[in-house]
Design a protein around this ligand. Sequence first.
Ligand SMILES: *[C@@H]1O[C@H](CO)[C@@H](O)[C@H](O)[C@H]1NC(C)=O
Ligand SMILES: *[C@@H]1O[C@H](CO)[C@@H](O)[C@H](O)[C@H]1NC(C)=O
Ligand SMILES: *[C@@H]1O[C@H](CO)[C@@H](O)[C@H](O)[C@H]1NC(C)=O
Length: 497
Amino acid sequence: MHHPTVCAVAVALLSALPGAQAGLYTKKSPVLQVDAKDYDRLINKSNYTSVVEFYAPWCGHCQNLKPAYEKAAKNLEGLANVAAVNCDDDANKPLCGKMGVQGFPTLKIVRPKKGGGKPTVQDYQGQRTASAIVDAVVQHINNYVVKVEDKSLDKFLADKEKPKAILFTEKGTTSTLLKSIAIDFADVITIGQVRNKETKAVETFGIEKFPTLVLLPGGDAPHIVYDGEMKKEPMVEFLSQAGQPNPRSPPKNGKKDNETKNSKASDKAKTASTKTSSTTAESETNTATQEVPVIVETALPIPSINSPEKLIKECLTEKSHTCVLAFTPSSEDEKARRALESLSQLAFKHAQSKRNLFPFYEVPKSNEGAASLLKALDLIGDVEVVAINARRGWWRHYDAADFGHESIESWIDAIRMSEGVKKKLPEGIVAIAVEEPSSASPEASSEAPDSTEAANDEEATQVTPEASGDAASESTESESTQAADPTAEPETAHDEL
Ligand SMILES: *[C@@H]1O[C@H](CO)[C@@H](O)[C@H](O)[C@H]1NC(C)=O
Ligand SMILES: *[C@@H]1O[C@H](CO)[C@@H](O)[C@H](O)[C@H]1NC(C)=O
Ligand SMILES: *[C@@H]1O[C@H](CO)[C@@H](O)[C@H](O)[C@H]1NC(C)=O
């Protein structure tokens, strides 16, 4: 994972270097060239996931990366931002320093937070090939696509006014293309996905072939069936009759102008103009300097479960597959930090090698569901890590003291191989949680994804490589010696539905 090839030049040294050279990428390059002034707008505030290369033009490894990086940019066109920052340019040095760049090239993946807020930044340390970069970026694209089943169809259709679109497909996984369309139309058109086996939904819309895209423009307007190619551009154009897509990044002066569609091209054109929204950019920077950016090296963030309902939904229904839960104290805790770090490194490692892995969650002990579950399992440590399979009625306790990477990894491996001690879940674990006053909501369990869909749940896909598809949560059962479920649908072609 570590590249001895990185030009090991400290950023401090950089400032001593004489005047900046021209950047590596030409104007015509598919790589989006970003400077310190534009970074916040083009990367931080974009709804797209970005990969950002921090480079210096004189660095040989940066020059070597260029063809692969440009190829990745072409492949990810319309799906993600592939950007580069020239750290040799004096104006960009503070940005490169703040981003923790210590050698060239440094690649970071910036994932927008759903619903706005600070994006998550993490180092990319995989291979420097176009396909490896593309695969890593694709795994970090946010998913706003709603999986609709027969039983949730009415709910999905309930808000009659809001435009919606549904892709009917044979696949259980959501394609990158559809995810990107859902990002384009976030808050404008709700995008759903229905699998062919949902017969009621399929019949309601008279769908005869898959994939088929249907637009429900809203109000009393009848639905419209798309008959063009399953390619992004014509699909977006088709959907635009019900509402304009969001810009790729906010417009330059905060004014709503024409540059909604191809802001990349217009951004480039605008680099000539030096007038920028420096006031907003600067005030952002000032407040941001106090907070350290969330940099998780070679790790995937571990989603947190903050309510008893969610705990039940994800892990404690009778259909729930294996979940790994890390119970953490509310205050800062060294052990908790180590446990989460080990888990997130492991999640990353599995994602990189596209191996199936069950989901990991952090459960703060302040969550009342956590307290009753820990009590039922008779666990009293400050930090506890357990694996639970409610469907099969077993649980396992991580009982080493150190929470280090290796020890967590061998514990997880044992679960994957079905080795080691399984304990029987005490009677009524599921019931205990359900009977809690604050979690008595019956929907909490009835809404749980059905077993074949469990892995497609959004939180799960954060720590599960998409390539594993539906099979992800299955892999953990006793038959985990298999390499991959043959029914898994690998998502290698990023423009296929
Ligand atoms: C972008 O966001 C990061 C946090 O992820 C923040 O530290 C940084 O200051 C922002 N960059 C700019 C140029 O505003
Ligand atoms: C990002 O998505 C939100 C909806 O989640 C939308 O309101 C906003 O306009 C989008 N921003 C950009 C820059 O497209
Ligand atoms: C928008 O585009 C039209 C034509 O493409 C142009 O006439 C108009 O001035 C543009 N408006 C803005 C605000 O740029």
